[in-house]
Design a protein around this ligand. Structure first.
Ligand code: ADP
Length: 251
């Protein structure tokens, strides 16, 4: 047994559309699980916008292979990380790859990585229900489940419906929905503004909401300077402990 087969629980983080905080949720959830004492890996397959290396302060790292030609994940405080960003020479360059090349790379990430024994692998997939998430779902037969990230705006919910249908068709368990950017509390007057809408997700979609994370200035500020929000802000930490608990209890 090698590669991805050594990992007990593989969990995919999906979103209907881009910009709702999917990568942020994937990274901070992985770190929250690691801080609970689990052995954790993070696989970033957002081939066109790999933001994971920057969020973890690993933007200068590159992937190496061992004598058996297996890729060795980059380590961040004991967490194992694989990202397409580690293969790019210049993080400012757009990746223009056609389907077959993308497929080959994804398959290599799924089969040729020396992960070692892990409790959890968090997979940050690109937004939507296109080729990349489909390739993952078709090639990981024992996925433990998926977490969907969305903002509470009605246009985002339309795409979440599609993502839920996609999971249904592939018989993947929904661990829960993370409502991100769920209102902004004014630090001066305390008033809550629903900048990205205020749709009742559970009522509209039927899935369980496992965390509601407000828009927080600290989230952007910390991520931008490669500090991990879950390790540097108590309120953010509480939200991600809740997500981690939902994942742990979903087994
Ligand atoms: P996606 O993966 O869905 O495209 P990202 O995780 O890259 O989204 O997040 C997009 C931007 O939003 C980033 O700058 C991130 O720091 C910010 N962000 C994510 N969640 C929050 C939040 N709860 N509050 C404030 N900013 C957030």
């Amino acid at each position: 047994m090698s590669g991805i087969n050594m990992i007990k629980n593989k969990i995919m983080v999906l979103s209907g559309k881009g910009g709702v905080g999917k990568s942020s949720i994937a990274v901070n959830t992985a770190v929250a699980l690691k801080n609970k004492g689990f052995k954790v890996g993070l696989l970033d397959i957002d081939l066109h916008g790999p933001s994971v290396p920057h969020m973890l302060g690993l933007q200068n790292e590159r992937l190496n292979a061992n004598d058996d030609d297996k890729l060795l994940p980059v380590e961040k405080d004991g967490m194992k990380v694989i990202s397409i960003g580690f293969l790019l020479d210049d993080e400012n360059r757009a990746v223009i790859w056609r389907g077959p090349l993308k497929y080959k790379l994804l398959m290599q990430f799924l089969t040729d990585v020396e992960w070692g024994e892990l409790d959890y692998l968090i997979i940050d997939s690109p937004p939507g229900t296109g080729d990349e998430p489909l390739t993952i779902l078709q090639n990981i037969k024992d996925l433990a489940g998926a977490v969907i990230v969305t903002s509470p705006q009605s246009i985002a919910l339309l795409d979440v419906k599609k993502a839920l249908d996609f999971l249904n068709q592939m018989s993947i368990k929904l661990i829960g929905i993370v409502e991100n950017m769920s209102g902004y509390k004014c630090p001066k007057c305390g008033e809550l503004s629903h900048i990205f809408g205020n749709e009742d997700i559970e009522k509209k979609l039927g899935g369980k909401v496992i965390a509601r994370i407000p828009i927080m200035k600290e989230f952007v500020e910390l991520s931008d300077i490669s500090k991990i929000p879950v390790e540097n802000n108590e309120e953010i930490k509480k939200h991600f402990e809740q997500i981690a608990e939902s994942i742990i209890s979903s087994e």
